[in-house]
Design a binder for this molecule. Structure first.
Ligand code: NCD
Length: 311
């Protein structure tokens, strides 16, 4: 079936239309079913090559992209950045151009600096997929979050979604907001002042300092990790975490304020016992955390498929 998807790269969710998002999620739905079958692999992109260029640590996202590309029949190369020529002083762009010169088809990039994925996309022939760009965007995470919500709620239209935690440094929150807004979602962001950012003022979201208040009537709650490794964190982890936990750790009792069938999401890695209680993280009635990971492979297969089919 021909699709109207016409993007060369996937850099952020802002650039996707509602129809694009539905096209990706519908194809991901097909791949999610295939991923449960006996033979999970197809040869649609046999002989094509995907390269994972990750400048930040990653377990699930890198593995997910690798599995996704392999299930589509592709060869996958992982660049261990610490050992690459970057450590010999080669510029990031030169590295990308050199990898691109090897006639690759997809370049999956994660970097700590906002805008890196776009600058690489501006120069290479391969299709660039942003796998986490500073605090700016993480489109495949937002797409898989949307899919986890749509699978359980049946729709994305007009939902109330609460996003709580370290919003200042969260590329996941920014990408989720851009995506969910296209479906008319009402979004509340919840955080203490030290985790808020003025960036959100123009994004059409409600801001709330209180967790119970913020999750009122929510259909879904996205809990975010405290980004300890990032710069600009005016937060003394050891000293301040007990206070943070007392006010912002989500537990079963608080869920009474939300819809009875509320879903709890977390992009991972979870700081166990800090963003939400262990009991809640592991309760399949509310928590879709492992569903997010499962669907992530299908979403990435769909993204690779649509980008590479675009030509
Ligand atoms: C997120 C990321 O890297 O932005 N994780 C992920 O991709 N699974 C969120 C996080 O690191 O907290």
């Amino acid at each position: 079936m021909p699709t109207a998807f016409s993007h060369r790269h996937l850099i952020d969710t802002e650039a996707l239309s509602k129809a694009d998002i539905e096209t990706i999620l519908d194809l991901a739905h097909f791949y999610a079913k295939q991923n449960c079958s006996k033979n999970k692999k197809i040869d649609k992109f046999y002989g094509k090559t995907s390269v994972n260029l990750f400048f930040e640590n990653s377990t699930r996202t890198r593995t997910s992209f690798e599995i996704a590309a392999k299930r589509l029949g592709m060869d996958v190369v992982n660049i261990p950045v610490a050992q690459s020529s970057i450590s010999k002083g080669e510029s990031l762009l030169d590295t990308a151009l050199n990898i691109d010169a090897m006639a690759i088809d997809a370049l999956v990039v994660r970097h700590w600096e906002d805008g890196t994925a776009q600058s690489i996309a501006n120069r290479v022939k391969a299709h660039v997929i942003n796998a986490g760009d500073g605090k700016h965007a993480h489109p495949t995470q937002a797409l898989l979050d949307a899919m986890a919500i749509r699978n359980r709620k049946g729709t994305l239209d007009g939902l109330t979604v609460a996003i709580c935690g370290d919003l200042a440094r969260s590329r996941v929150a920014r990408s989720n907001i851009h995506l969910l807004k296209k479906f008319g979602a009402k979004i509340r962001i919840i955080a203490p002042d030290y985790f808020m950012s003025p960036d959100y003022a123009e994004m059409g979201v409600e801001t709330c300092g209180d967790l119970r208040e913020g999750i009122r009537d929510a259909d879904a709650i996205v809990m975010l990790r405290i980004q300890r490794e990032r710069e600009g964190l005016a937060f003394d982890f050891e000293a301040q975490v007990p206070d943070y936990v007392a006010s912002y750790r989500l537990n079963h009792d608080m869920l009474n304020a939300a819809k009875p069938d509320v879903l709890v999401l977390h992009p991972g890695p979870v700081n166990r016992g800090i963003e939400l209680t262990d009991e809640l993280a592991d309760d399949p009635k509310y928590s879709v955390i492992l569903d997010q990971v499962r669907l992530g492979v299908a979403v990435r297969m769909a993204v690779i498929d649509l980008l590479l089919s675009e030509g």
